[in-house]
Design a protein around this ligand. Structure first.
Ligand SMILES: [Zn+2]
Length: 126
């Protein structure tokens, strides 16, 4: 699936979502790392506590937002990608495309495989 116009917009949004989520995880983890590094150190405890709580909250928000953006972008990319591939935007074409494609015999109207040269039922040319 190559796109001559560069990456799909949804793909870019997906990468932004991933970056946001990673940033959130790092921010969230840094809280625990600094908590571990300063274990037993009660100097400026209140100030550090506030900064840690802030980082934990923002890290958590970034993780959630990044995950949500990533999820939405992925689903958009999937649905748009399908529509770009078959070149038509009509909904419900997916179910038709999902099964094997059959062609109808012009003389007896029996369904035959697309690849078949002769009709299964009457043997006429398809
Ligand atoms: Zn036939």
């Amino acid at each position: 699936m190559s796109n001559p116009n560069g990456p799909h917009p949804a793909q870019i949004v997906k990468h932004i979502g991933t970056g946001l989520a990673i940033l959130g995880v790092l921010l969230f983890l840094s809280t625990f790392i600094s908590a571990a590094l300063n274990f037993g150190n009660f100097d400026n405890f209140d100030e550090r506590g506030r900064s840690m709580a802030l980082r934990a909250v923002f890290g958590f928000i970034f993780m959630i937002a990044g995950g949500a953006v990533h999820g939405v972008a992925s689903s958009q990319e999937r649905s748009k990608g399908d529509n770009f591939n078959d070149g038509n935007w009509s909904p419900g074409s997916d179910s038709e495309l999902a099964g094997p494609i059959n062609i109808r015999c012009p003389s007896c109207r029996a369904l035959n495989d697309e690849a078949a040269k002769y009709c299964d039922q009457c043997g006429k040319n398809l």
